[in-house]
Design a protein around this ligand. Structure first.
Ligand SMILES: [Mg+2]
Length: 208
């Protein structure tokens, strides 16, 4: 029987696409200024990935110049999202599960905090951890291990719920924690996760 849930935020609790317009407007126009350095195809992919993955990872993958990388970081560090936000429709099934919940999200602290606030989900979680690569070397795996140690959870007690195979799913796999890969568009066919589904609601059947 599971004793705790660890959740990711972006694309797990709400769809980033719902805020992408406002959120990425300035960042994308910055990228466009550097379009000559990147190449058109890569630019399109980079923009798409930025809506799903942390900036520094995408910047490295697409070889952003140091100048572009730093400008982007400078912009994102100060960015907040201050418009109303809605969780996924099925988030309420997770919210109503009577287990302690921990939110562990990677990104820029100010921005992630503003999203939590606009979603109105602070009180759904016992703890909220923002893994901010600009501030600390701590990883999601470190945070998961720390939560387990402080609360006396074994790996089998916990379920990690997220959408990113390279992030929370990988970290949880490495710690032997069961994983629930939320894959609404069915884009991850060969990913190693304990459970994979397009319905967030299915978490309620995966707690034993
Ligand atoms: Mg995510």
């Amino acid at each position: 029987m599971k004793r705790a849930l660890i959740l990711d935020l972006d694309n797990t609790i709400y769809p980033v696409s719902s805020i992408a317009g406002h959120l990425f407007e300035r960042l994308f126009s910055l990228l466009d200024e550097y379009a000559e350095d990147i190449n058109y195809e890569a630019l399109i992919h980079a923009k798409d990935e930025l809506t799903r993955r942390p900036y520094h990872l995408v910047a490295d993958k697409y070889n952003f110049s140091n100048e572009l990388k730093n400008k982007g970081i400078g912009l994102l560090k100060e960015l907040t999202y201050d418009f109303p936000m809605q969780p996924f429709d099925e988030y309420h099934y997770i919210k109503s599960i009577p287990l302690p919940k921990f939110l562990v999200t990677t990104g820029f602290s100010k921005l992630q905090r503003s999203k939590v606030k606009m979603l109105g989900i602070e009180n759904d979680f016992q703890e909220i951890h923002i893994v901010d690569p600009e501030i600390s070397k701590q990883t999601k795996k470190d945070v998961f291990a720390d939560i387990m140690e402080r609360h006396g959870y074994y790996a089998g007690d916990v379920l990690v719920i997220g959408d990113d195979p390279e992030s929370e799913i990988k970290s949880a796999n490495e710690l032997g924690i069961d994983t629930f890969l939320f894959d609404p568009e069915n884009i991850h066919s060969s990913v190693q996760s304990t459970y994979k589904t397009s319905r967030l609601k299915d978490v309620t059947d995966r707690l034993s």
